[in-house]
Design a protein around this ligand. Structure first.
Ligand code: ZN
Ligand code: ZN
Length: 142
């Protein structure tokens, strides 16, 4: 099984083969708000399962992660730790097949704007709670 996506202009195409984490995580950190316009909703896929073509530009958005976008239309595509073999956190909105994925987690809830409350009983973590359980994200907030 595979699921496919493309950017707004169609030049950048991403395919995810095989199993992926069929659940969506939401991040309300300030970087993700700037990047996405509101919140970053993504699902994770193993690096070996992700292929892409097109004019994709990647840049280092923090000490530990890169973000990618289509150089033609500017659609944002993914965030990924730069360490070898790291999984992709892919923009859920690019993939029509991800529309039925449930929301499974929400982080940086104390930084979320008032206009994006999300429903559900999924786990929620504040910035302090999230950063206490991972050292990887320290420094990703400007
Ligand atoms: Zn594009
Ligand atoms: Zn974030």
């Amino acid at each position: 099984m595979s699921i496919k996506s493309h950017c707004l202009c169609g030049a950048a195409q991403i395919t995810v083969e095989g199993a992926n984490d069929a659940g969506v995580s939401a991040c309300h950190c300030y970087n993700c708000q700037r990047w996405s316009g509101a919140l970053f909703a993504s699902f994770e896929a193993a690096a070996r399962n992700v292929t892409y073509t097109g004019p994709i530009t990647r840049y280092r958005s923090s000490q530990i992660a890169e973000r990618a976008f289509c150089a033609t239309c500017g659609s944002n595509l993914w965030i990924r730790d730069v360490a070898d073999g790291s999984p992709y956190d892919l923009m859920a909105g690019l993939f029509p097949d991800a529309a039925t994925f449930p929301l499974t987690s929400e982080i940086y809830i104390d930084q979320a704007p008032a206009y994006v409350p999300l429903k559900g009983d999924h786990p929620r973590k504040t910035a302090a709670e999230y950063e206490a359980c991972t050292t990887a994200v320290k420094g990703d907030t400007p």
